[in-house]
Design a protein around this ligand. Structure first.
Ligand SMILES: [Zn+2]
Ligand SMILES: [Zn+2]
Length: 137
């Protein structure tokens, strides 16, 4: 009886700890890889550009430099050309604003990342076509 109980406990322990640990590790590794990559372009961008927000002109020094962030002009964080042409230094607030504006501009448009169900039925598809036409002329 004693032996059976030990076996069951061992199994329960295995079930409870094995999977989450593995998942945690995978998640942690992915996050570390991303942070490392972000650290890489952030340092390069900070070396390349003056520590000034590109929108509001706020200046930064060592004490508040963590509030200065690297924005990707094309919003693709994997696009990091060595000449820094895709980077813009923005303070936290302006960076937030910048993305908010992009979100609002993209609202109603078919977007792979934000709304998959809208891709099959998109009431704004005609509107988008109209706006695209206007832009061209
Ligand atoms: Zn700013
Ligand atoms: Zn950004």
């Amino acid at each position: 009886m004693q032996a059976l109980q030990v076996t069951i406990e061992a199994q329960v322990n295995t079930m409870a700890t094995d999977k989450p640990n593995k998942l945690d590790r995978v998640v942690a590794e992915a996050r570390q890889a991303r942070e490392k990559r972000e650290q890489g372009y952030r340092e390069r961008a900070l070396k390349m550009y003056p520590h000034i927000c590109g929108r509001c002109g706020r200046e930064f020094d060592r004490s508040n430099l963590h509030e200065l962030t690297v924005h990707h002009r094309d919003h693709n964080h994997d696009n990091n050309p060595p000449d820094g042409s895709n980077w813009e230094l923005l303070c936290l607030y302006c960076h937030d604003n910048e993305h908010q504006r992009q979100l609002e501009a993209a609202r109603g448009y078919t977007s792979e990342s934000s709304n998959r169900s809208a891709a099959t039925h998109n009431p704004f598809a005609d509107l988008k076509a109209m706006m695209d036409q206007k832009k061209d002329k």
